[in-house]
Write a protein that binds this ligand. Sequence first.
Ligand code: NDP
Length: 243
Amino acid sequence: MKGAVALVTGGSRGIGAATALRLAREGADVVVTYREGKDAAEVVVRKIRESGVRGLAVRADAADAAEAAGTVRQAVEAFGRLDVLVNNAGVGVLGPLEDLALADVDRVLAVNVRGVFLTSQAAATVMTAGGRIITIGSCMAQRVPGPGGTLYAMSKSALIGMTKALARELGGRGITANIVHPGPIDTDMNPADGPYAAGQAELTVAGRFGTADEVAAMVAYLAGPEASYVTGTELSIDGGHAA
Ligand code: NDP
């Protein structure tokens, strides 16, 4: 991926950080966004640069329309082009239906759906042939194993339709769009030693949580030249959660 420029939203921690580092190891220059984790994002950038490529951290709240779209401009201003967008930033608000407030609905949809749409829209205007839009969905968009996931599953399901439509809309320009559905992945959002971890691991065939590096490897495949015939599709990396 030497010479390619990637933008990874929410790249300061978890799946986004692992993806940013993996793409850097593949040779891409990488811009990561964060909302609060400035120090963590700077650590990721330092590690990106250790791979011999350029790295940059940009503060941008995905819930803010202008900031979400503006990350693309900042990436192009910094590194001259944009080849890969990884829509990773997301929030997981789970809980009983009756406990979900309007503010929860607005925030989850703003970050998980509207921000993804606006960043993808901005990316599409600057990408050229070979461009890649990769969105992180969730196993919860395919199978909701219990109560409490209505809002989160709704937000992630919206991204499936967006991805398929983007593939149709941008395919003629040689740009692919795909969505990756992780199962339970050991991150701050969903720690493998958290109170609900055992139940989640049991729902998989593998019987364990996945790692952020495992998800990053699938994203790297989609971002690379070998995946030029893969578009408009859902790829699960969930230990068999949806089986
Ligand atoms: P983490 O909570 O570990 O990390 C979230 C990242 O997103 C951080 O870098 C955080 O930045 C950033 N972020 C959060 N909100 C915003 C915002 N409003 N604007 C910009 N950046 C933001 O999450 P994961 O790594 O676990 O999750 C990454 C993606 O994978 C999400 O979309 C999530 O829904 C999805 N996913 C995760 C699964 C799991 O089991 N972990 C399973 C299935 C899907 P900061 O540090 O600044 O807060």
